[in-house]
Design a protein around this ligand. Structure first.
Ligand code: NAG
Ligand code: NAG
Ligand code: NAG
Ligand code: NAG
Ligand code: NAG
Ligand code: NAG
Ligand code: NAG
Ligand code: NAG
Ligand code: NAG
Length: 248
């Protein structure tokens, strides 16, 4: 009986202990489960944060790229703007230059619609263009030479400074003989040497001053300031035309 009681007590104790352990186990299991959940939650949050960061980094890169692209675009636009303004300026100046001619020979200055400072085969010096008629004979009288120049909306050259004289003198060629030269736009009007633009001559770079002849040409084979010859219209020479350069 006593033994049975002891067994019972022991059994009870063992059962209680077992229960306690069971409870402990289930507590632990619960705790474990909770911890597992918390861990998953943390992993989820970490994963979320990582995803957010990745997204932010991508956005940052995107905006950086956009900013760079916009900077590039802005530079391009600014350049285009400047180019447009430059073109407009140039057109304005071209227009002003064209208007300053009484009779602008567009076919000479603007072949194919693109305007040049001087027509093709003309030479620019300062603000004028010069055409040196260097073809072979037959050459032309003073009158014919002038008509040729006028047919190109220009006129025989008017020499109005030592610089211009030097340029002409250095550009003409010796041809045929010492008597031949290039007609210039200088003639006697009422016994006064007068340029074709109506101005009186003040330079007088004559080789044979005081002759009775009425027209002037320039030769190369003489000193710079004694290179103008007074002669008659009918003599056939090369000649020089001059027209205002299209300054723009
Ligand atoms: C139950 O667990 C606690 C700690 O969590 C421990 O102190 C106690 O001894 C355990 N009980 C049994 C019966 O194992
Ligand atoms: C994190 O949990 C939320 C719900 O609580 C869920 O919408 C989301 O998809 C989970 N994220 C990951 C990475 O599992
Ligand atoms: C921006 O990214 C695009 C591709 O998405 C790329 O072609 C471009 O060159 C980038 N722009 C800059 C300024 O890096
Ligand atoms: C830059 O210009 C290009 C083409 O002009 C355009 O497609 C692009 O959207 C522009 N980028 C930005 C950021 O404005
Ligand atoms: C515009 O003109 C200025 C000066 O005339 C020049 O320096 C600049 O390069 C020009 N810009 C463009 C885009 O052609
Ligand atoms: C060109 O001229 C017009 C008027 O003649 C003027 O309104 C315009 O501002 C000028 N453009 C430039 C770029 O100077
Ligand atoms: C030159 O031509 C004009 C007409 O253009 C004429 O009046 C003048 O008589 C001519 N002079 C000479 C010398 O032939
Ligand atoms: C020619 O010159 C003289 C002075 O030398 C002057 O009196 C005369 O008016 C001039 N004639 C012409 C047409 O210019
Ligand atoms: C011509 O130039 C020379 C110097 O080259 C000078 O000595 C002479 O006085 C000038 N003659 C005339 C008429 O101007």
């Amino acid at each position: 009986m006593i033994e049975l009681m002891v067994i019972c007590v022991i059994w009870n104790a063992v059962a209680m202990e077992t229960n306690k352990q069971k409870k402990n186990l289930s507590d632990l299991e619960a705790k474990n489960e909770q911890l597992t959940l918390e861990k998953r939650d943390l992993q989820n949050q970490t994963e979320d944060l990582r995803m957010k960061m990745t997204k932010l980094t991508a956005e940052k890169l995107f905006y950086k790229n956009q900013t760079m692209e916009m900077t590039v675009n802005m530079t391009i636009l600014q350049n285009q703007n400047e180019q447009l303004r430059n073109n407009s300026d140039k057109l304005n100046r071209t227009q002003a230059a064209i208007i300053s001619y009484t009779n602008f020979p567009a076919d000479l200055f603007c072949p194919d619609g693109v305007c040049q400072t001087c027509p093709k085969d003309w030479i620019q010096f300062q603000e004028s263009c010069y055409f040196f008629y260097n073809l072979g004979s037959p050459w032309k009288t003073w009158n014919q030479s002038r008509q040729f120049c006028q047919s190109m909306k220009s006129d025989l050259v008017v020499i109005s400074s030592l610089e211009e004289q030097t340029f002409i003198y250095n550009t003409i060629q010796y041809y045929l003989d010492i008597w031949h030269g290039y007609w210039i736009g200088l003639q006697k009007v009422n016994n006064n040497w007068t340029w074709v633009d109506g101005s009186p001559d003040t330079l007088g770079y004559w080789k044979n001053p005081g002759s009775s002849e009425d027209f002037a040409y320039i030769i190369q084979n003489a000193p710079l300031n004694q290179s103008w010859i007074q002669f008659r219209n009918s003599f056939q020479n090369r000649f020089i035309c001059e027209i205002k350069a299209l300054m723009f």
